[in-house]
Design a protein around this ligand. Sequence first.
Ligand code: SF4
Ligand code: SF4
Length: 535
Amino acid sequence: MRHRLWHFHGGLELPGHKGSSTTRPALPARLPRRVLLPLQQHVGSPAEPLVTAGERVLKGQRVARATDFISAHVHASTSGTVVDVGDHPVPHSSGLSAPCIVIEPDGEEEWTALEPVADARALDPARVRNRIREAGIVGLGGAAFPTHVKLNPGPGRRIHTLILNGAECEPYITCDDMLLRERAREVLEGAQILCHAVDARRCLIALEDDTPEAAARVDEALAALDDPALERVTVPAVYPMGGEKQLIRVLTGQEVPSDGLPLDIGVLSQNVATAYAVYRAIAHGEPLISRYVTVTGDGVAEPRNLEALIGTPMADLIDQAGGYRPDVDRLIMGGSMMGFALATDEVPAVKGTNCVLAMTPRTAPRPGQALPCIRCGECAAVCPARLLPQQLYWFARARDFDEAQAHHLFDCIECGCCAHVCPSEIPLVQYYRFAKSEIWARERERRKAEVARLRYEARQERLERERRERAERSRRKQEALRETQAEPAGEKKKAIEAAVARVRARRGAASDAAAPASEDGAPEPGREDHGRGGR
Ligand code: SF4
Ligand code: SF4
């Protein structure tokens, strides 16, 4: 029976530009001269290095550890020597450098000890989730959110459906398509492991209708696995179908609440490449050290997909795709809609790198001068998140971030549909990114101030407590002193009285012994003085 589909608002039908990179099979990328492993390749806290320059490392060895629950370990993608732990250019829209571990490969490809598991379903789900965490797996669709976090819905929440996202909607990118053509069985086994990890009852494998070869390979693998929980669903190739909320809407008819998560409606969404990484982590015990990367665009001689080691410089990948064409003008990480320009091709492919796009002015003309907004409403018509992009633009421009937030700025998935259709060529997404980063910076400042306030209050409280304790100690001391001073006076008095009594008693005894007692027992007259003088 055909799976019922729903629609999402807006979206665009865009030319795919996918044919050029799918004519050749994916190739394992050559071992580069150096691999650069940024400590921050994921959403969350950066990892902390576990190695220093000069150390030899093995392939798959953990070289940096996650510092938080929302963080991910980093592993050496080849064996060799660590030659530096320091700042190097990384693939980020800011163009800034960030801490990296640099490894010079020794060519041995010597693996660290691995612990493969033959039957993942024999493992407790919590142990599966932990192994996924140990393998440093993050969302490979581009978001790079740590996978183990998504697999822990928290108490009281249950995941009933896993959506395996193979809707590779962005122009030029074909790495998921090629992965499914070549490794469909492993991807589906990864999906089964994910279902086991969260106890999901069913898995919907979503593929767009422009990837028939991948669909055929998936169908073959489904027949071989014969698992009634797995179902392939064809969805229309409309951008941004691969957006998490959009795909969930199309497959289930349910809306993920604004500011909410798919978990809130019992759904987990994972990219097909993430499922493949999960399969390798469990069945082979391998951490995430490589991935499929599309190297394409009219600025590269032989567009293709490469299975690249994480940390391979972009320049090496371009080289293996035949090198640059003479009129190349721009290098982009990601697709033409959501990607960002790279300042240099020395930056490495990281966990979230799905595509490297070399463009010429023919296919990617420089944007013209932005004109004033004419309030045409085109942007709102195509927004898949049902936002008011022109309003968000005004708020961002006026730095009215509270209003931008009130108009659901954070529901914007930065798909670029609005900017694509804007007749005034306003770089709308840049305004949204600016507004978001300002709000995050403000939030960070607010938290910092809050932490400083709490610290100040705690210090004041401690000082006050110490003052009170000192006062109490002093009071007790005074009291004790008074008691000890008062005590000797009384004792002294008692001692004197006792001494006087003793003396009197002795005198009395001496008198009795010296004078013969009269008949009535009284001393004789005159004997008393004699007795005193004889002493
Ligand atoms: S599409 Fe551009 S010009 Fe039209 S309303 Fe939106 S921002 Fe303004
Ligand atoms: S970039 Fe944001 S505002 Fe623009 S269409 Fe996409 S979701 Fe809507």
